[in-house]
Design a protein around this ligand. Structure first.
Ligand code: ADP
Ligand code: ZN
Length: 607
């Protein structure tokens, strides 16, 4: 075995082979050149800098924006026997000093630091005196001012190039549309970097979106009970209030559901995050404040109870499910209220006009995606300029094709009613007019005299809401700029009103009605087939949990589910066999083989 990178992959990480682009990226870095890496979550970005950092002389400096992520990555590396450390604000001065000394003496393979720390004169001086293997800039999209994770400190990172031109750099991200890619290369002065773009597809994630907002909570409950009992998941809500309510409600239903949002103290947030990482089957209910830097591999579902602001955000948030490559769900439920609220929030924001235009456009794309009747994966990938030849077979629209109906006449009625009421009213008012509800306001405004009064009896109020939602989503109607929520017609309406265009709308479905792809094809996380295997699985999990809590670490840092699954399937009885399992390197073999072999042996004896 002459390839040093492959040797490290086998002996330290315990993996038999590189994944698609990993080897080319690693080779380029070892040779001292720069790289920009776009790879989906779970694709295996970390190895791309960890292995070169181990192979090259000196320490690899990893710039990472989140403390939780650093700590977990370092904990996982230490379990593999790699000399890794982090420097951040949670440490006392003495610890920090010890690590700084280790760095100068060349005793570290990898050092993780936050960007603001890196840029301090003290740290730069320290770097001047140390041997540096490479710089890895993780979450590189934080450099983009248009993105939702913008961090001003990232802009300054181009200093690295000026100060250490001979040290290779690698920038990595899971989210980057065309403009963001350009910005990463420009802002970080990565002019000579090779760009490595992996496909964005996350084939193990099943996408499901539904539009019945009234019963969202009950639908969520059914979804978790049916598909994810006792599994880890994240539920995203738009507001803190809704987070608290939803968490409390789920607790009342018997789940371990913990809230997470910026209104909670740092201590409580830390505690909830810890439990999510370290216990089995915890559900986090969160605003978008939660998630970045969480690299828990066995999150089995991500549920949205509101519409995200953009497809990028949706992709990133849902991407936190199923990093380990096993089947996972992205489930969403949203309604008309979301659309109106988001539009009003955007209208009211302080951003300049150019910014608002971009945000608006992103929201429209997200809406279009949510209302789609074709394959969601194809559309999602197309948004990132990626391509999928055929419908995926693992999204709601593929699994149960959407029924559509000719809504031309109904849409004409809706638009006329908006027009006749002078574009001065919101959805509920317009629906009242259509349904002949003589509310005091309608009578006062003499709208009961209009020709459109009562012309909408063929649909009920909730069906009308569905129609209006889709008309807004497709750009026939906008919600006003002043933020009163009144509907306005757009240019696009003309052909429809003139009868020159037919319009097909979707019948709204409940996501519970959409069964997930038959999991027998791809075994689910629990080896459900044989009860005997099941008890072994539980015994292995219990063993892992015991070891993890003794060390104060998340269980997956000991072994991933995938490795435990292999133990279940192969039932190794010798160390030599155990060493063959994917995820078992030298250090873990030494530390854990005997304990787990004993569990397997006992299981045989009692079985
Ligand atoms: P990312 O940072 O891109 O989201 P990670 O680096 O966390 O992904 O890797 C995702 C998972 O895949 C990790 O559990 C990692 O150990 C595993 N992995 C990465 N590369 C390989 C490989 N070549 N073979 C097997 N597993 C791998
Ligand atoms: Zn599909």
């Amino acid at each position: 075995m002459d390839d040093p990178a492959l040797h490290i992959l086998n002996s330290v990480f315990g993996y038999p082979a590189f994944r698609d682009q990993q080897q080319r990226i690693i080779t380029r870095l070892i040779a001292g050149h720069d790289a920009v890496v776009l790879m989906p979550t779970g694709g295996g970005k970390s190895l791309c800098y960890q292995i070169p950092a181990i192979v090259r002389p000196g320490t690899g400096i990893v710039i990472s924006p989140l403390i939780a992520l650093m700590q977990n990555q370092v904990a996982a590396l230490l379990q593999l026997g790699v000399r890794a450390a982090f420097l951040n604000s949670t440490q006392d001065a003495a610890t920090a000093q010890t690590i700084e000394q280790q760095l100068q003496r060349g005793e570290l393979d990898l050092l993780y630091v936050a960007p603001e720390r890196l840029m301090t004169p003290r740290f730069l001086t320290l770097l001047d005196r140390s041997a540096i293997a490479l710089f890895a800039i993780d979450e590189a999209h934080c450099v983009s001012q248009w993105g939702h994770d913008f961090r001003p400190e990232y802009i300054q990172l181009s200093v690295l190039h000026q100060r250490y031109p001979q040290v290779p750099r690698i920038a990595l991200t899971a989210t980057a549309d065309g403009p963001t890619r350009q910005e990463i290369m420009k802002q970080l002065a990565l002019h000579n970097a090779e760009l490595f773009v992996s496909g964005f597809d996350r084939p193990n994630i099943c996408y499901r979106i539904a539009q019945n907002h009234d019963k969202a909570r009950e639908a969520l409950l059914r979804f978790i009970q049916t598909d994810h009992d006792n599994e880890a998941g994240i539920v995203y809500c738009l507001s803190r209030n809704k987070v608290d309510q939803t968490a409390t409600w789920l607790q009342g239903q018997g789940f371990t559901a913990l809230p997470y949002h910026a209104g909670l103290s740092a201590e409580v947030r830390q505690q909830h995050q810890d439990r999510f990482l370290k216990e089995d089957g915890v559900i986090i209910v969160a605003t978008i404040a939660f998630g970045m830097g969480i690299d828990k591999p066995d999150v089995r579902f991500v549920a949205h109870l509101n519409l995200p602001k953009s497809i990028e955000a949706y992709y990133q948030e849902t991407g936190r499910a199923g990093r380990d490559g096993r089947p996972a769900d992205a489930w969403m439920m949203y309604g008309l209220q979301d659309v109106i609220l988001l539009k009003q929030m955007m209208a009211a924001s302080e951003a300049d006009a150019a910014h608002k235009r971009v945000e608006h456009h992103k929201l429209e794309s997200m809406l279009g995606f949510a209302e789609l009747t074709g394959c969601r994966r194809q559309a999602l990938l197309a948004y990132f300029s990626d391509h999928l030849d055929h419908p995926c077979g693992n999204c709601d629209n593929c699994l149960s094709p959407v029924a559509t109906w000719d809504a031309t006449v109904v849409a004409q009625k809706a638009l006329s009613c908006v027009h006749r009421t002078e574009q001065r009213f919101g959805v509920n008012y317009v629906i009242d007019v259509l349904l002949k509800h003589a509310t005091p306001r309608i009578v006062d405004n003499r709208h009961d005299q209009l020709s459109v009064y009562g012309i909408g009896a063929e649909l009920d109020a909730s069906q009308w809401r569905s129609v209006f939602r889709q008309l807004i989503a497709r750009g026939f109607l906008t919600v006003d700029i002043q933020g009163h929520g009144n509907l306005c017609l757009t240019e696009q309406c003309r052909p429809l009103l003139r009868g020159e265009q037919t319009l097909w709308l979707r019948h709204d479905t409940k996501p519970a009605a959409v069964a997930r792809k038959d999991r027998t094809a791809q075994p689910a996380i629990k080896p459900a087939a044989k009860p005997e295997t099941n008890t072994l699985w539980e015994a292995l999990r219990a063993c892992r949990k015991r070891l993890a809590s003794e060390l104060g670490l998340p269980p997956y840092v000991i072994f991933h589910d995938a490795t435990l699954m292999q133990m279940c399937e192969q039932r190794p009885t010798t160390r030599a066999h155990f060493a063959q399992l994917s995820g078992v390197g030298k250090t873990k073999l030494e530390r854990y083989a005997d304990v787990f072999l004993e569990v397997i042996k006992q299981h045989y004896e009692t079985a």
